[in-house]
Every structure is written in structure tokens, then in C-alpha cells.
Design a protein around this ligand. Structure first.
Ligand code: ZN
Length: 266
């Protein structure tokens, strides 16, 4: 991906800072009140690594994660808000990772405390955060209808989306782009982050994990646990609470499976 963006922003404005310990302390009770089972699957820098699950009698399970980059604080806050509002749709099952990189978020750095970009680490697994996450995924062997990762881009002006849907299944892509558009113009142009765009605010990067040596979280999921993956990027330049609202709305739309649409015939 784009080399500048891979450097990250590595600083947070005052309005974007929140107490990580308080945030993580509050998540389990919020999760339980929303019908989720919280569990701790590791500890980093004195902070728990949290996974929240909620099963239903339906087979569809959605995966949601945030905070793999510590200089992207809106995603974890969006998940907290959705739990507080009990807004994670009840008709589907959920596997939720509200903050994958607590040490990075505490420092305001893209990388973990050892300087490792976790979102390039799913093959080599240099970081304890990645090893714990991968071990849990492999132990549970979840079969996921789709995954959504909440990210932020310090160079973008508008929000945008990465989509992996190699089997051309019914998908939430248009719904997600409409949701983003309601929060302002999506990122546009022939290229975003070094990738050619498939339409305004939309990137279809290669889905073959063997083409990559530094596996990101979503490609790892795509290789084993799901056949549809989405990554939301909100622009760091927007006010913090607007990014939180945009990400939360995106998650709400993502879970409206009855509104997913079939791709046009090839
Ligand atoms: Zn990111």
C-alpha cells in the first residue's frame, strides 16, 4: 500500500485522546448489557486484549474490529458507542475486537509498543498482539459471513472503502458507500492510497494472500475465515466525533443483511 500512509500519523490531537484503561475497563460491562460475552485473550502493556461474541440461532456471523493502528482512535470509540446504544443488530451473530492495539493507542502510534505494524504481521507474527489474535481465530475457527475493519487515513479528505468479494456474493458495498456519502463526499480520484479505484470511494485490491509477504488482518481473515472483507477508512482531518459517527453508521449498515445486493451478472 502507499508508502506515506504506511508511516502513519503517530500523534493524536487533544480532542482525540481518551484514557485507554478507562475505555477497556468499561467495555466488558457495556458488552454484557448488550448481550455479548466478553473474554480476555491476552494482555499487552498491562491492558487486556478483548474479544466480544454474541451468538444467535441464525448462521450468519459478522466480524468487526478496530484499533489495530494506535493513531486511529475513532473506530474503538464507535464500537463503544454501538455497545452503549445496543445498536449491534440482534438478528446476526457477532465477533468483535474493539481494540487490537491498546499499547499503540495509548502512545498515539500506528505501531505497537515494539514498533511493529500489526496490520502487516499476520504471517510472520512478530508481535504478541498478532500471535494472540491469530491463535484465538484459529482455535475458534469461526465461519464468518463477512468482516469489517475500522481504520482511519491521515492523508485522505473523504471516507472510502476497501472491498474483497472474490466470489461475487451478495454484498453491502453500495449500502456502505451510501452511508459514507451521507457524512460528506467520499474520497475520489483515479487512485487512492496507490490503488486504482473501482468507483468513487471504492478500492478492490488483489484478494490473493500469496501475492503479499506482509499479511494484513483482513487478508488473513479472507484466506481462512470469510470470503468477504471490508475495510473502512475515515479521514483523520475530520472532527473526531464526526469520524466516530461515520464509523458507527457504517457498522449499522453493514449488519443490514436484508439490504445486501447481488452483483450484476459478469
Ligand atoms: Zn489503519
Amino acid at each position: 500500500m502507499g508508502s506515506n500512509r504506511d508511516l502513519g500519523r503517530n500523534e493524536l490531537r487533544e480532542e482525540e485522546r481518551y484514557a485507554i484503561a478507562d475505555f477497556l475497563d468499561g467495555i466488558p460491562a457495556l458488552a454484557e448489557s448488550a448481550g455479548f460475552s466478553p473474554r480476555v485473550y491476552g494482555e499487552i502493556d498491562g491492558h487486556p486484549l478483548l474479544c466480544l461474541t454474541r451468538e444467535t440461532d441464525r448462521p450468519e456471523v459478522l466480524y468487526l474490529s478496530a484499533g489495530i493502528h494506535g493513531d486511529e482512535p475513532a473506530g474503538p470509540k464507535a464500537i463503544e458507542q454501538l455497545l452503549r446504544e445496543r445498536a449491534l443488530r440482534e438478528e446476526v451473530g457477532w465477533v468483535v475486537f474493539p481494540l487490537l492495539n491498546p499499547g499503540g493507542l495509548r502512545r498515539g502510534s500506528r505501531e505497537n509498543p515494539e514498533g511493529i505494524d500489526l496490520n502487516r504481521d499476520y504471517q510472520v507474527q512478530r508481535a504478541a498482539e498478532t500471535r494472540a489474535h491469530r491463535a484465538l481465530l484459529e482455535a475458534e475457527d469461526w465461519s464468518l459471513a463477512a468482516s469489517l475493519a475500522l481504520h482511519e487515513d491521515w492523508e485522505a479528505r473523504g471516507p472510502y472503502l476497501y472491498e474483497h468479494n472474490p466470489d461475487r456474493q451478495p454484498h453491502p458495498c453500495r449500502l456502505l458507500l451510501e452511508t459514507l456519502g451521507a457524512h460528506g463526499p467520499v474520497e475520489d480520484g483515479p487512485e487512492i492510497d496507490g490503488w486504482p479505484t473501482a468507483g468513487p470511494g471504492l478500492i478492490h485490491p488483489p484478494s490473493e494472500i500469496e501475492l503479499r509477504t506482509e499479511w494484513p488482518e483482513q487478508l488473513f481473515l479472507l484466506s481462512r475465515f470469510t470470503r468477504m472483507s471490508y475495510t473502512l477508512e475515515t479521514p483523520s482531518a475530520l472532527p473526531f466525533l464526526r469520524r466516530v459517527a461515520c464509523a458507527a453508521d457504517c457498522v449499522r449498515s453493514f449488519a443490514c443483511l436484508h439490504r445486501w445486493e447481488s452483483p450484476p451478472a459478469a
